[in-house]
Design a binder for this molecule. Structure first.
Ligand SMILES: [Zn+2]
Length: 116
């Protein structure tokens, strides 16, 4: 991977972090103490959805941060399974990818077979 590609992916990761942080701020809700039970139930349901979404966002932030850290190591962008380059297009779409497309789909095949 070239220096330019690394820089490109790094700014892509940072952009991703910024957009998630923005969503986290706007997504937080405060439960209001409202007298109507139906309204309160609806609020509570919405609050639960927001909490679930924030958890997903936090997971995504951790992935992006881990990818940023790995980016400074020479093994970033190298498939952990076969040692081939993962490919810049794939890394941009999924910066936290640890496997190349072939190994990823092989692993998913294995998982679905195990489940069946
Ligand atoms: Zn691979």
């Amino acid at each position: 991977m070239t220096r330019n590609q690394i820089r490109e992916i790094r700014s892509h990761l940072i952009q991703g972090l910024h957009s998630i942080n923005g969503q986290l701020d706007s997504g937080s809700t405060v439960l209001e103490n409202c007298p109507d039970d139906t309204d309160f139930a609806a609020q509570l349901a919405q609050h639960g959805l927001n909490v679930a979404m924030q958890r997903r966002h936090v997971t995504r932030i951790r992935e992006l941060e881990a990818a940023l850290k790995r980016l400074s190591h020479s093994d970033y962008g190298i498939c952990e399974e076969c040692g081939e380059e993962i490919g810049v297009a794939r890394l941009k779409a999924n910066p936290s990818a640890r496997l190349c497309v072939a190994c990823q789909s092989a692993e998913e095949d294995g998982l679905s077979r195990r489940c069946a």
